[in-house]
Design a protein around this ligand. Structure first.
Ligand code: FMN
Length: 208
């Protein structure tokens, strides 16, 4: 499928068949997440990948009663780091220096740019991190479509219950969005054959 075909083919499936996607496909989707851009390259998120049926049942029962959670092949849970501490930023800068073999001056100026944003009291670091996370979600969704795999972004869950279920330390991180991966059940899903509802171009794009 070319890009537009894949995007027209995909939709947020409400019913899946339970059929498994392969490890190789899963690795491709994970790699797409890894390669997603983020501000300063800081990737202020981590992603839980699970196909554990018991956990999926618990998530369905306690945090997200959307049936697709039970019917997916894999569930991705995108967690956001609520604050990027000195260790995190320095670790990133070390990796930047190592992988690009940059000068200390460059790293110093990069450090002050990062600090300018992330240590700025007027910046809501959590919101900033959430924005980055949704880009990764988009990459995963798009990569899945290219592979002919269905993917349903899910924001409609009880975040507190999910954080508790995953034993997350909410001072440090929180689950913000999920993505089910699998295959649509066309017979059971009333949305499977529905046309897309999107703005016409003239209401979406302003050319100047
Ligand atoms: C961030 C985000 C959260 C969403 N949350 C849910 C959700 O909780 N449950 C659901 O069934 N669909 C959810 N959706 C799917 C949207 O409803 C769907 O993408 C939108 O209606 C456009 O339709 P399409 O993706 O099928 O083309 C979500 C989509 C996004 C991008």
């Amino acid at each position: 499928m070319n890009i537009i075909e894949a995007l027209k083919w995909r939709y947020a499936a409400k019913r899946m068949t339970g059929e498994k996607i392969t490890d190789e496909q899963m690795e491709t989707i994970i790699e797409a997440i890894r390669l997603a851009p983020s501000a300063y390259g800081l990737q202020p998120y981590t992603v839980i990948v699970t196909e554990n049926k018991e956990l999926l049942k618990e998530i369905y029962g306690k945090a997200c009663p959307q049936i697709v959670v039970l019917q997916c092949s894999h569930l991705l849970i995108f967690k956001v780091k609520k604050r990027l501490d000195e260790d995190y930023m320095e670790g990133f800068l070390r990796e930047l220096k190592r992988s690009r073999n940059t000068t200390d001056e460059y790293i110093e100026s990069y450090r002050s740019k990062i600090h300018h944003v992330l240590l700025n009291p007027t910046v809501n670091t959590f919101n900033w991190a959430v924005h980055q996370t949704y880009i990764a979600l988009g990459y995963a969704t798009f990569a899945a479509a290219q592979l002919g795999i269905d993917a349903t972004p899910i924001e409609g869950f009880n975040a507190g219950a999910l954080n508790r279920l995953l034993s997350l330390n909410v001072a440090e991180e929180e689950a913000v969005v999920m993505l089910t991966l699998g295959y649509r059940n066309e017979k059971e899903d009333r949305l499977a054959l529905q046309p897309k509802v999107r703005k016409p171009l003239n209401l979406l794009i302003e050319r100047i």
